[in-house]
Design a protein around this ligand. Sequence first.
Ligand code: UD1
Ligand code: MG
Length: 464
Amino acid sequence: MLHHFSTLQVIILAAGKGTRMTSVKPKVLHNVLGKSMLEHVLHTVEDLQPESVSLIAGHGIAQVKAHIGEPENLTWIEQKEQLGTGHAVLHAEHVPTTADLVLIVCGDTPLLTSETLAALVNAHQEKHADVSVLSALVDNPQGYGRILRNADNQVQGIIEEKDASAEQRLIHEVSSGIFCVNRELLFACLHQVDNNNVQQEYYLPDILPLALAQQKTVQAITMQNPDEMLGINDRFQLSQAEAIMQQRIMREWQKKGVTIEQAETVRIEASVNIGIDCTIRAGSQLLGATHLGDGCTVGPYSIVQNSWLADDVTVAPFSHLEETSVGDKSSVGPFARLRPGAKLDEGVKVGNFVEIKKSVLGQGSKVNHLSYIGDTIMGEHCNIGAGTITCNYDGANKHQTMIGDRVFIGSDTKLVAPVQVGDDATIGAGSIITKAVQNDGLTLSARPEQRHVKDWIRPKKGDH
Ligand code: UD1
Ligand code: MG
């Protein structure tokens, strides 16, 4: 669902330090399922297609900028001193914009959905309101600003917990900190907000009574699912947010035809993409920008990170894939390790205790047992015997191994790179290959002579 609000300026508040995270990293850069909180919020507001997005940053602004970059449509604004949410929003007053409506969100609420934000903006426009705040009814209102209503149920203002009376603290309708406000009114009111409160901060919510004093229309829109406004202040809330988002992501993939076995043991990060009829088995993790085509099976207990799997790929138990690509109908594992730059073509088989790094394996090739293949280009339909090793490193530099098509390599062969093996070559078991291997025929290195000691007697227990 796409919503298009061409007259909307979004302001994201992300200048706070996040002291309770106890981290050298700015709070909004902490990840929720592989994506920073701030990226979650940015992607959510992008769905609304606003006229512009203004990001108020302060603590660790250099780090935040390095992480987010300079997307089109985004204006960075530095708030040097954090004097409150009202003070923060005021920094966005002079951003060049044609928008007449402002949507204010916080950088630390990654669970917020674009549907909820669109509902707020729509309700604001439909009711011809001047200020709309997104509120929620919660069991435990602790820490949030409470919505104050009069006897007619009209919103009168928001009182911060620290400023609230014992009676006000009993109110269960809280502010999400998310507002939709007519732009002109917003900045006119913000100039009048003072810091006459317990925290001596300029509170954004204080624009409510100022707007009401001008006979403006103020409303609170109650959100359906209060989970969405979970603001992250510490690492416990971070794990709560992950758990909630993980459930959402699971539901989404289940609806799209993915089977997830023992879902509570599985991790599927936010940027992952999965085709239909895939099965994600217990204890597995799909991380980062991982893509699975249709009909893939992963696990149990396998990790696939920043990798591209085509259709009908099997990743058998206890395998680890990182920055790899795997072609149609290939199978990997159990107990395989594909390191960055491993590229498997169609119908490739990589079996147990095999490590592949920065190598291409052509269509139908097999490396089934106990091998290390690094810095190698291998053709089609090769069969690499158990224990084969490409000796790619001389202690200083890495060297290439080139293997042709239909090559058969006997078990326990060492290919000392740089070295080439021609098409249709066969290499005898136990060979140490240091020179180019010709096409066809059998190549093998000298083997120690085999002896038989006829009169040898196997020692028995108790012999001396
Ligand atoms: C705020 C609201 C509260 C609401 C709650 C919802 C105010 C005064 N209070 O409280 O009504 O219930 O959010 O989570 O608005 N920030 C800046 N610059 C500043 C101060 C804050 O950018 O000078 C940013 C923070 O980085 C954060 C957001 O604004 O992303 C909210 O600030 P925070 O200090 O977390 O406010 P709360 O006490 O949670
Ligand atoms: Mg907060």
